[in-house]
Design a protein around this ligand. Structure first.
Ligand SMILES: [Ca+2]
Ligand SMILES: [Ca+2]
Length: 420
């Protein structure tokens, strides 16, 4: 197939409206999957010849395509709701690569920005996605979800920024639904918001069975009305966060199992490795897990610093519930709870869960009531080995606290006595 490369300008800003599509000729387009199609973008206008929207539609028709943008703002202006990219969000039904080169795609609050349909794929490189709001009624298939991007297929966000988007239900920045695969690499998810129906996953939310990998990225300043200010993982989801910073995010849910200012795991498998979880907040009336909340799932935190997070109820750094929480070579420091009731400044376990902490550091955390460092529930099992637990503060049990008659809390094999 003959391809053409139309590249206006040489460096950023040298040429207006440089957008290029590595594209088939129109006559060759429309050949189905495996083809390469689109049209040359020559304008930031939304719709019509030479527009980004027309290029997306052409790539959809051809089955695949690559669009190269210039460092300008492409603002959506055609209101309406469809899944063919004719109006509102830019629907991707084929395999599309957007080489942004510093471009911004702004939905101007008309709709979300990109909608990756089932079986489709979208790769964004050096694109800023902003100004999106998620339409429709809340649903697990994407209604009122994914303010910036809704992914029902395969999404790769590379060296890009998803900022200033919102959704009522979930995924202020990105919503990934069942059957999807999402990778965020060397990118930033910032200042996205969800709420209030129910309001989970300010930066990114996964519904149902899917895979999410956030790698060498920043998740910063996002807000959720209920759970997972930064990131939220589903009961059957697999989420891995590596080499990343999750900081300054807020979860506002008022219940004791709401919170997870940085990350919330709703029963699935969440792994955080070689990362920093800093200065996140669960500020609801009984909000828990300022940094992370593991609600009945499997949470593994390895070689990570959990620092300066706050929760109102419990688990300034980490709140664990039933399920398994494992910390390896991880530092909990400067985390705080208070004052409703204010237990477990570093880590708090509610219910009959299992927590293992190995080769870590638990220092300088504080609680308004009990267990400045670590707090174990009566039925809980908390096994701490080869870990420095010192310099934490609380009125009762400054470093460690075992609730009630529980016998499941050991520090290097020595049992921490309970109250009774
Ligand atoms: Ca759509
Ligand atoms: Ca649309």
């Amino acid at each position: 197939m003959r391809s053409t490369t139309l590249r206006a300008g040489t460096v950023a800003g040298a040429s207006a409206f440089a957008l290029l599509l590595l594209a088939a000729t129109p006559a060759a387009a429309g050949g189905g999957s495996g083809g390469s199609g689109g049209s040359t973008v020559t304008t930031t206008a939304d719709g019509g010849a030479g527009s980004l929207r027309a290029a997306v539609q052409a790539a959809n028709a051809a089955g695949s395509g690559t669009v190269v943008l210039s460092p300008r703002t492409y603002r959506l202006a055609l209101a309406g709701s469809d899944d063919t990219a004719a109006a509102g969000d830019l629907d991707v039904t084929g395999h599309l690569v957007v080489e942004g080169r510093g471009a911004t795609v702004d939905a101007a609050r008309l709709d979300r920005v990109f909608d990756v349909r089932p079986g489709a794929s979208l790769t964004l490189r050096q694109v800023t996605v902003t100004g999106g709001v998620a339409p429709g009624q809340p649903s697990a298939t994407g209604g009122a979800s994914g303010g910036g991007i809704l992914n029902a297929g395969t999404l790769a966000v590379e060296r890009s920024t998803v900022t200033g988007n919102s959704a009522v239900r979930a995924g202020g920045g990105i919503e990934a639904i069942a059957g999807s695969t999402t990778t965020v690499t060397r990118s930033t998810l910032s200042h996205n918001a969800t709420g209030p129906t129910p309001g989970n996953g300010g930066g990114l939310h996964l519904t149902g069975t899917g895979t999410v990998h956030v790698d060498r990225s920043h998740v910063v300043g996002n807000t959720a009305a209920a759970e997972g200010g930064g990131l939220w993982n589903s009961a059957t989801g697999t989420m891995t966060v590596s080499g990343s910073t999750v900081s300054g995010n807020t979860a506002r849910g008022p219940a004791a199992d709401n919170g997870g200012g940085g990350l919330f795991n709703d029963g699935g498998r969440l792994t955080v490795e070689r990362s920093e979880v800093r200065d996140n907040v669960a500020d609801g009336a009984a909000g828990s897990g300022g940094g992370l909340l593991n609600d009945s799932g499997t949470l593994t935190v390895t070689r990570t610093v959990v620092d300066g997070n706050r929760a109102v109820r419990a688990g300034g750094g980490i709140e664990a519930d039933t399920g398994t929480t494992t910390l390896e070579r991880t530092t909990l420091t400067g985390n705080h709870t208070g004052a409703n009731p204010g237990n477990g400044g570093g880590l708090h376990l509610t219910g009959a869960g299992t927590v293992r902490v190995d080769r870590g550091t638990v220092t300088g955390n504080s609680a308004a009531n009990e267990g400045g460092g670590l707090w174990n529930s009566e039925p809980g099992t908390m096994t701490v080995t080869r870990t420095e637990v010192s310099g934490n503060t609380a009125p009762v049990g400054p470093d460690v606290f075992q609730d009630g008659a529980g016998r499941g809390f050991t520090l290097d094999g020595q049992r921490v006595p309970g109250e009774a």
